[in-house]
Design a protein around this ligand. Structure first.
Ligand SMILES: [Zn+2]
Length: 273
């Protein structure tokens, strides 16, 4: 089987503040180690289920260069660097059977949720697809489902776990910390978090739920609320993107992956202004 492990950083055990996940800040390097260890735990869980499995770990935080290559478990490949198509799930279009979401976080606007945001806290207020508001977990689960891959496990704080149960019912989850606020958490020991992730991945692959996730077939109406009118003006210069409000742009995408890729383009462009 082929498994993709997408790894973000805000939902990793021990992480609570923006500085914790920002290159150059005091604890960033240490937290990259924790992020790498949680990815390794997922890899071990996959290989315990199927020693022959092909596993790709996809670095999915910020500039996609956080995981420490020589600290990562053997028995997988590591995909890092940007830009790239299908950003947080690059490669999911290549016969992937199952996807694990490690270190994920609550969507923008979630109350008392550790570092909650959707794609970029500096530019994006909200994202809707066919009117349904989705965070990163929902967007990536929908992308996985589009390509026939089963979302099997999500890990993060308790708010991410609750979001998972509504957006991907039946998907296994691991709560590695309890959100005390947007920048405060009560966390498991990193080793304990890893032990639970490894066990949960193995169990989830043994008893896979049906391919859940927000289903989008055919064209998708993408709507993004950005934080400032200036960002919206940039985005509206992209052919086909229309201004729908002072800080809202819309686009009729041919299919879900087209909408997903455009989110990345708009987020990057809006953030450059
Ligand atoms: Zn992130």
């Amino acid at each position: 089987m082929r498994v993709l492990v997408s790894v973000d950083m805000e939902g990793v055990a021990g992480v609570a503040a923006p500085e914790d996940v920002t290159p150059g800040q005091p604890h960033y390097d240490r937290n990259c180690g924790y992020m790498t260890d949680e990815a390794s735990a997922a890899v071990r869980g996959v290989r315990a289920h199927d020693p022959e499995a092909s596993v790709v770990v996809v670095d999915a935080h910020a500039d996609f260069r956080n995981i420490v290559p020589d600290r990562l478990a053997r028995g997988c490949t590591l995909l890092r660097g940007a830009p790239r198509p299908l950003s947080m799930l690059t490669g999911v279009d290549r016969d992937v059977d199952a996807v694990c979401f490690i270190g994920y976080h609550g969507r923008a606007g979630t109350a008392a949720s550790v570092l909650a945001h959707t794609m970029s806290g500096a530019t994006v207020a909200r994202i809707r697809c066919n009117g349904e508001e989705l965070g990163e977990l929902g967007l990536n689960a929908a992308l996985a489902v589009h390509y026939g891959a089963v979302p099997v496990l999500a890990t993060g704080d308790d708010t991410l776990v609750r979001e998972a149960s509504s957006v991907v019912p039946g998907m296994a989850t691991v709560e590695v910390k309890r959100a005390v606020g947007n920048r405060a958490a009560e966390s498991l020991h990193p080793d304990e978090a890893c032990a639970r992730i490894e066990a949960a991945v193995q169990t989830a692959l043994q008893h896979p739920s049906p391919s859940n996730g927000p289903p989008f077939s055919g064209s998708v109406d993408l709507e993004m609320d950005l934080l400032r009118p200036r960002m919206t003006e940039y985005a509206a210069m992209i052919p086909g993107v229309e201004l729908r409000g002072p800080t809202t742009v819309g686009y009729q995408a041919a299919d879900f992956p087209a909408a997903y890729n455009l989110i990345e383009v708009i987020t990057t462009l809006a953030g450059s202004g």
